[in-house]
Ligand binder design. Structure first.
Ligand SMILES: C[S@@+](CC[C@H](N)C(=O)[O-])C[C@H]1O[C@@H](n2cnc3c(N)ncnc32)[C@H](O)[C@@H]1O
Length: 458
């Protein structure tokens, strides 16, 4: 493996934040207004669409076809749309269930969107959203089934899957999650979608001082979880003793170790044909790793199935993180093939270097994908296969054009936002690549998020 760390540092990291689009205040505040609504179809973002006197109302905590009493949470009299919460259900859909979480519901924790929906129906709603985004943004009719991702020791379907959870800390030093589209922190004693390793780390119920947020990451190697603490700007964090976790504090200079390790160990077993192969990865600090324990295997196998790599081929892994797909592709193309991985976070590239040292034909570039794709050394190479797994905003037109110019035999696109994927699908089509397969996975149960893997061919 060669590792020329010569690319300029990248611009950005994958954000999965919420939209800042708010209806412009256009008259008297409508918050608190109660409306009786017939709820319409699901929309992207965890809400359904309803209409009231010609105005669109995005309603949370409802299901299509229900009749609800909804309370407006955002909007003014003259605004084009309002947001509202269903506070009373007047006629319930048969797929409505009691939330497994005591703080799920209007005005409470904003971490989940679909606690009130049976898991199979959640998947159907997500499939409808994927179909709608492709129709609207790519002009394509796609039929997709959202595949379940079972978790071995869950308390119930859709629970205890999140191996990485970022908590906010309130003014009294208690960890919790924010209410929907709000800065208000709802303190928690449990989070039923987080794994027991995360909730057992000791952060819930503890008191922190000068802490803004903290992230708990529990690896699959069985070691104690890592708690990465972000102090309030200009302060020193006070972290209580957490006996069942490693602790690190993020500082402008990097991660400061308080106790235990500053990284998380992950193991992934992937089936290729009749054989299973285990890979080990190191993920530093609160670096990127899929949050669902089944995700690395499901996505890894889906990428291999989409690309059908052959011995001796040359592959490109864009937005490669700590090298999950790089490792799988390196195995598949063998000693005659090559894999070039491009990742923006220097720390992730260092982690990949440690995990992939046994692969002599892997090259790791640290830098922005946009810039790497313009590099003469890269464009002069033969590229048979491309996998890309960009942040939530998608790859964008410039990156898509540069990928198409490399003329790969197949492209696998891993996407956490179906809207960004649909937009990039339209750009790929303009450059001669057609969608030749689409799978979707329920890797974020109880939330509106869905992960897709698309295959494109020339
Ligand atoms: C969704 S993660 C995928 C990581 C990896 N494929 C995996 O499955 O673990 C996206 C990655 O892209 C990186 N990234 C974001 N923007 C980038 C850019 N413009 N250039 C290079 N890397 C970028 C992030 O640091 C992050 O590691």
């Amino acid at each position: 493996m060669s590792t020329p760390a010569r690319r300029p540092a990248p611009a950005r990291r994958g954000g999965r934040g919420r939209s800042s689009r708010r209806p412009a205040p256009a008259g008297p505040d409508a918050r608190g207004t109660e409306l009786e609504l017939e709820v319409g179809p699901i929309a992207h973002g965890g809400h359904c669409v309803a209409r009231h006197e010609g105005r669109v109302v995005f309603v949370r905590h409802a299901l299509p076809g229900e009749r609800v009493l909804a309370r407006v949470t955002e909007g003014a009299e003259g605004a084009s749309f309002w947001r509202a919460d269903a506070v009373r259900v007047l006629s319930a859909d048969p797929d409505r269930v009691d939330p497994a979480c005591p703080v799920a519901g209007p005005g409470l924790c904003g971490g989940c969107d679909f606690q009130h929906v049976a898991p199979a129906r959640q998947r159907a709603l997500k499939a409808a959203v994927v179909t709608e985004q492709f129709r609207r943004l790519a002009g394509l009719d796609v039929a997709v089934e959202v595949e379940e991702a079972p978790v071995a020791d869950a308390d119930g379907e859709g629970l205890r899957w999140r191996t990485r959870t970022q908590f906010a800390v309130d003014a009294e030093g208690r960890a919790g999650l924010r209410a929907h589209r709000s800065h208000q922190v709802v303190p928690l004693t449990d989070c039923p979608i987080s794994t027991r390793a995360v909730t057992g780390s000791g952060v819930l119920g503890a008191r922190f001082g000068n802490v803004a947020t903290l992230e708990v990451a529990a690896g699959s190697d069985g070691a104690a979880p890592l708690v990465v603490v972000d102090p309030l700007p200009g302060t020193h964090a006070h972290v209580p003793k957490l006996s069942d976790a490693s602790v690190a504090v993020r500082t402008p200079e990097g991660l400061h170790r308080v106790s235990g390790r500053t990284w998380v160990g992950e193991r992934v077993t992937v089936r290729v044909g009749d054989t299973e192969r285990e890979h080990a990865f190191r993920v530093g600090g609160a670096g990127f790793w899929q949050v669902h324990p089944a995700a690395p295997r499901l996505l890894g196998e889906a990428v291999l199935a989409a690309l059908e790599p052959r011995a001796g081929e040359h592959a490109l892994d864009l937005y490669s993180g700590v090298g999950l797909f790089t490792a799988l592709l390196a195995d598949a193309v063998g000693t005659e093939g090559t894999v070039l991985a491009v990742e923006g976070e220097e720390r992730a590239v260092r982690d990949a270097r440690r995990s992939l040292h046994e692969h002599p034909r892997v090259e790791l570039w640290a830098g922005a994908v946009e810039e790497a794709l313009g590099d003469d050394e890269l464009t002069a190479r033969r590229t048979d296969l491309v996998v890309l797994d960009p942040p939530r905003s998608g790859a964008g037109r410039v990156v898509v054009e540069a990928i198409a110019a490399l003329a790969p035999r197949a492209v696998a696109y891993v996407a956490c936002d179906p809207a960004a994927l649909a937009r990039d699908t339209a750009s790929l089509a303009e450059h001669g690549y057609r969608l030749d397969g689409l799978r979707a996975f329920d890797l974020f149960p109880m939330t509106h998020h869905v992960e897709c893997v698309a295959r494109f061919v020339r």
